[in-house]
Ligand binder design. Structure first.
Ligand code: KIV
Length: 293
């Protein structure tokens, strides 16, 4: 997606003209939800990564990642939980605060964790308000189609941007029978498309499609005006998201759809091994890393 600072368009506020003497670098313009819709209209792909802490969020922000998702995947990726289900609202708030505090450009979206929104639109509203007020999120995401349309309507009409999440929805893995591709077969595909349209009608600004056959994701992307963000949903989606430890090669296991762009696990192990060796052999600390007076 083009940097909003470089876009000229009717929906962009005109930045204050810098004085010719002012040499300070201008901060990048914040990605807003309407920029994502405009990117879809221009046919520009949107990039999204998960982030759970300040240093990684700053790196992803600096390299121009458009959206940072404080996903409840922090449960299985950082807390060592068996799934996303044990993640609490307080944990989401801690991590959202760490991410939102450090980024200058990216849109920060926080997940509503399992059990914090399903029972009523009011419950979803109360949790979302905490993530915005206490966590500093710019938007929230939660799982589900028509069953949460009223929840989406209440939040968006109250000024809280909502991202939808369809297909394989990890919080329902116990009813879905594990991590399985969703929307296979004509009936399931029809239900998924109707869910996507219902979420759009309720006001979401984008929809994550997880583990959906690529042709179905392409069809949903075509019928929606709001962008789709795919994860295991093929190349036709308007954007892509990956869980960052999968993307950077920190996880010891990655799903088939997640490409590794780095070898962080090996790099970190090599660094820790070298440190252990040098401490044990007495070569660290040397004079360069000591205060000699
Ligand atoms: O929690 C998460 O990381 C997510 C992504 C898989 C989209 O919801």
């Amino acid at each position: 997606m083009t940097d909003p600072s470089e876009q000229a368009g009717p929906s962009q506020a005109t930045p204050a003209a810098p004085s010719p003497d002012d040499q300070r670098p201008r901060p990048p313009r914040r990605v807003r939800v309407h920029h994502l819709r405009e990117a879809k209209e221009r046919g520009e792909r949107i990039t999204m990564l998960t982030a759970y802490d300040a240093p990684t969020a700053q790196i992803f922000d600096e390299v121009g990642t458009d959206v940072l998702l404080v996903g409840d995947s922090l449960g299985d990726n950082f807390y060592g939980y068996p799934s996303t289900i044990p993640v609490t609202v307080d944990e989401m708030i801690h991590h959202t605060r760490a991410v939102a505090g450090g980024v200058r450009r990216a849109l920060v979206v926080a997940d509503l964790p399992f059990g914090s929104y399903e029972s009523s639109p009011q419950q979803a509203f109360d949790t979302a308000v905490r993530l915005l007020k206490e966590g500093g999120a710019h938007a929230v995401k939660f799982e589900g189609g028509r069953r949460v349309a009223e929840h989406v309507r209440l939040l968006t009409s109250s000024g809280i941007p909502v991202m939808g999440h369809l297909g394989f929805t990890p919080q329902s893995e116990n009813t879905l029978g594990g991590k399985r591709v969703q929307g296979r077969g004509a009936d399931a595909a029809e239900r998924l498309s109707e869910d996507a349209l219902a979420l759009q009608d309720a006001g979401v600004f984008a929809i994550v499609l997880e583990m959906v056959p690529a042709p179905l994701a392409a069809r949903i992307t075509e019928i929606l005006a709001v962008p789709t963000i795919g994860i295991g949903a093929g190349a036709a989606c308007d954007g892509q998201v990956l869980v960052w430890p999968d993307m950077a090669g920190l996880s010891d296991w990655t799903p088939r759809f997640a490409k590794r762009y780095g070898r962080l696990r090996e790099e970190l192990a090599a660094a820790a091994r070298a440190y252990n060796d040098e401490v044990r052999s007495g070569t660290f600390p040397d004079d360069e890393h000591s205060f000699t007076e």
